[in-house]
Design a protein around this ligand. Structure first.
Ligand code: SF4
Length: 338
């Protein structure tokens, strides 16, 4: 079965020629790098007592929001380690009892700056999602892989079952949702297929998956996987084609352009470039700069979207407190107004 689907995917290769490729303009806000997990490929996380550990203060977040707003961005992308109780003292120091209360206030701050929040805060409970949904245009969590890989053996919240539970809770709450897989962390071809199949099986129950990111592993210094090979271009293209073949057409396939050129990903089925920031770096892979929009525009025809995909804009799935901004930014098709 796996072989047959792979052959179908490869037959797909080279036939994709979309009218346009979408992206959103964002400001990337890495709220904390403290994380209870130790993914073997991660160069971002820090222990809470480490010299470089931080929790951004409201003033630091405000500075980035101001930059994003003055650069014509529409999206505030909030990302986190998975700090759990580890940052309790840091939160108390800025007047918060828990992370969700702080995230909710940061989302309100983003909205006040004219930016639509997209929060990716790791494994959340149903109640956490319920609290954050009204304040977010969309939310996300990478599935990464359905397989048990050695790279996750020190990462309790990377349980595939738990992450599917999170994605299901988001669906029950009708939250437009971004997920994705990480390619090259020790999983097999069959694992990639099974991960994509798991997303495909979940989506029809709720209809909430807006995009699936196909992200290549990038070796990072001072991590256990520094000497591991990243996936080849061919492996990435095969996986993109597989995803396009397996996932429903309304689910976009996103490949970040700082990790793989659109010239190499779009012909295989990539239809979205994700958030591209004119003001902040990719804090997760800082060594890979965002290409300039002018450069990307010479490879593919670009169409700007909001952090919530057009069909969810038209169906009003976004958080209630983002509605005013969405009405301001969206055109009649749900894309960003020119
Ligand atoms: S990849 Fe995410 S969950 Fe894993 S260690 Fe890094 S910050 Fe934590």
């Amino acid at each position: 079965m796996v072989g047959i689907i792979l052959i179908f995917a490869l037959l797909y290769v080279g036939v994709m020629n979309p009218d346009y490729v979408t992206f959103s303009k964002n400001v990337f806000i890495p709220v904390t790098n403290v994380c209870r997990n130790r993914c073997h490929y991660c160069g971002f996380r820090r222990d809470p007592d480490g010299a470089e550990a931080y929790l951004m203060t409201p003033d630091q977040v405000r500075t980035l929001l101001n930059k994003g707003a003055s650069s014509n961005c529409t999206e505030a992308l909030f990302t986190f380690g998975e700090p759990s109780e580890l940052i309790h003292d840091a939160l108390a120091g800025i007047g918060y009892l828990n992370l969700i209360e702080y995230v909710a206030d940061l989302c309100r701050m983003a909205i006040a700056h004219g930016l639509l929040p997209h929060t990716n805060a790791g494994v959340l409970s149903y109640d956490d999602f319920k609290a954050l949904k009204p304040l977010n245009a969309s939310m996300g969590l990478m599935l990464e892989t359905i397989a048990s890989v050695a790279a996750h053996k020190d990462s309790p919240s990377k349980s595939p079952r738990e992450r599917l539970r999170v994605m299901e809770d988001a669906g029950r709450l009708r939250i437009p949702f971004t997920t994705g897989i990480l390619v090259g962390i020790g999983e097999t071809h069959e694992d990639r297929l099974n991960s994509l199949m798991a997303i495909r099986e979940l989506h029809p129950r709720y209809g909430h998956i807006q995009e699936v990111i196909i992200q290549p592993f990038v070796p990072k210094q001072n991590t256990p996987m520094f000497n591991c090979e990243p996936p080849s271009t061919g492996e990435m293209q095969e996986t993109i084609a597989l995803a396009r073949r397996i996932l429903p057409p309304e689910v976009a396939i996103q490949v970040p352009p700082n990790l793989m050129s659109p010239n190499l990903s779009v012909p295989y089925g990539a239809s979205d470039l994700g958030g591209i920031s004119p003001v902040t770096i990719d804090y997760i892979t800082p060594e890979n700069e965002w290409p300039a929009l002018e450069t990307l525009g010479s490879c593919v025809r670009l169409r700007e979207r909001l952090p919530v995909y057009p069909h969810f804009v038209l169906d009003k799935w976004y958080g209630a407190e983002t509605e005013e901004l969405i009405n301001k930014y969206a055109d009649e098709d749900g894309f960003r107004k020119c």
